[in-house]
Each structure stands twice: as C-alpha cells, then as structure tokens.
Design a protein around this ligand. Sequence first.
Ligand SMILES: NC(=O)c1ccc[n+]([C@@H]2O[C@H](COP(=O)([O-])OP(=O)(O)OC[C@H]3O[C@@H](n4cnc5c(N)ncnc54)[C@H](OP(=O)(O)O)[C@@H]3O)[C@@H](O)[C@H]2O)c1
Length: 310
Amino acid sequence: MQRIQYHRYGGPDVMRLEPFELTTPAAGEVAVKVRFAAVNPIDWKLRSGQMKIVTGNAFPRAMGMDFAGTVIAVGEGVTRFAPGDPVFGLAPFKQTGALSEGVIAKASALARKPDEVSFEQAACLGTAGVTAWNGLVDKAGVTAGQHVFINGCAGAVGEAAVQIARMRGATVLGSCSARDIDRVRQLGVETVFDYRATSPADIAARFDIVYDTAASMSVAEGLGLLRKGGVFIDLNPSPGKFLAAAFNRRLKLVICTPRPDVLDALARAAVAANFRLPIGEIAPLGEAINLITALETGRKLGGKAVIRMD
Ligand SMILES: NC(=O)c1ccc[n+]([C@@H]2O[C@H](COP(=O)([O-])OP(=O)(O)OC[C@H]3O[C@@H](n4cnc5c(N)ncnc54)[C@H](OP(=O)(O)O)[C@@H]3O)[C@@H](O)[C@H]2O)c1
C-alpha cells in the first residue's frame, strides 16, 4: 500500500508518497481500504509540527483525517462492522493516515456509509461535520428559533454548521468572501456579510450562538455579538482560552471529537439531502502532494479537495 507521509516536521516539501505496511487492527480498531480521502487544514498544521506535543517525534508520520472506504478487518471487540462494510469516518488524531490506500481507525470514529451517499461525498463529512456538530449541538444546544451567526460560513466547517443549524430550525446569518455569497444564500443563510467589507464589530445584530468557524475572531469580538444568555464557540483553542472558558460559561471551545451517534446523524442527514459538502476537486493519490501544496499556499477550490485512491 502507498500513503502520503513525512520523515520530519516541515513545509510542503517534506511530503512523500511512499509504500507502507498496514498493521493489524488492535482491540476496538478497524482496518479500512480507503477509496476516497478529503483534505483539511489540520493536515498541514499537524505536518508543520505545530502540535508535536501531541503528535510526538516518531517518524515516518502519515497524513489525513477524513476518509471513506470498505472494512478490511476488525479488531477484538468490534461488533458494529464486518469485512466488506462500506464506512466513513476519521483517522485517530495522533496517528492520522487517511491520505493512504489503507488506514487503521477506532470503531468509535466510524459509521456505516449509506448506499445513497457516494464514497467521495462521505469522505468529506467527518472532520467538518463532527466539528460543526460538537460546537452547535453538543456545546451550544442549538434549538429552533435561535439566531446563529456563522463566521466563515462558506468554509467546510462553516457550511456544515449552517446546514446543522438550519436542520435544527435556527435562523442563520454569516460571513464569507464575496464570491461565495450566492452559494451560502442557497444553503439558507438569511443575511450574508462579505468579511472583507464588514468586520464582526460592525454587525448590529445580536445572537444566541456565534460560531467562529474561520478561526479569525478574537474572544472579545465573539462575546460582543451575543445576546443575553448567548454562547461564543471557538474552534481555535489555546491554553489561555481554556483558562478563560473555565471562568466564562459563554465561551465554549471545540476540539473535533467523533462519536458514532454524531457520524450516524450526519449520515442520516446526508441521505435526507439536508447535509452535503461541495467537492471542489478530485485528484488521484499520485497528485495529492501537489494539490495539498496548492491549497496550503492559498489556492481556493470552492469546496473540499478529495483524493481518489484507485
Ligand atoms: N478545533 C478543531 O477540532 C477543528 C476542527 C476542524 C477545523 N478546525 C479549524 O477550523 C478552521 C476552518 O477549517 P475548514 O476546514 O472549514 O477550512 P476552510 O474550508 O478552508 O474554510 C475556512 C473559511 O474561512 C473563511 N475565512 C477566512 N478568513 C475569514 C474571516 N476573516 N472572516 C470570515 N471568514 C473567513 C475562508 O474564506 P476564503 O477562503 O474565501 O478567504 C474559508 O471559506 C481551520 O483553522 C481549521 O484548522 C478546527
């Protein structure tokens, strides 16, 4: 099998497409033959070494979080999946490895792929969908009639958050680049601000939930947009923010935490056509390094970058 891996932390030049041996799944794990993987900003953040306190110093290290494929083998105690099952989900944060012909995942970070959802579409749902759900549903408990502001509503987490908020009956406002305004209006964003023309401080409305999916707002800006009782969701945590959140219940920090019930809910929503993420480009594994490099250095696709394994 081949995968994208690197032998030291660094920039795009450290990525290699190299052979590797897929290990046998341990208890609670599943080996998956990957058909499609989706690229996320976290892929190059981890590769740069920004989180080496978590990811450690053992090399080579694999890349990629999100994938869809078929089960090859299951470890001890795994009863939800069997060889041949179509699945989608997330690789473990520390080991990663979705940008690969095969990956070992925790069974708890996998869901069965519905027949109605393609492998390439399912590969896009994991990180963005779970992160959006963790923030809006788990942390903020979004309910019908609430007013929600999604900063960065045309990004992957942003689009996922818009769709989840709409599914739950919330009214959604948001910000994005001018070129994406029509697209997010079609998703149901009622009022859209061009973020280059309007800063959060210029917005007069106040919200029950503000979700900064672009990771561009300060905590003060987020809290400043809240109604009484509202919450600001921040997906760019730091030690200082964890400390601040311990003393301020209006600040909620999100770290993508997959669970079977969340992935199953996303799959059901995808079947009901309430939930999908646009695909900007599909490239074969042999071209993945070039595509990741382009994204990392500013190329915009208007949707997810997806890597095809066969
Ligand atoms: N905490 C976690 O567990 C977790 C999980 C997933 C993602 N994240 C983080 O969340 C962020 C978004 O991830 P993603 O996958 O959604 O990335 P993405 O698809 O690249 O989306 C980012 C979006 O933010 C927009 N944006 C940039 N600056 C903005 C600003 N000042 N105001 C409003 N929108 C702005 C971008 O628009 P343009 O491209 O048009 O500029 C883009 O549409 C990344 O930093 C990622 O690392 C964190």
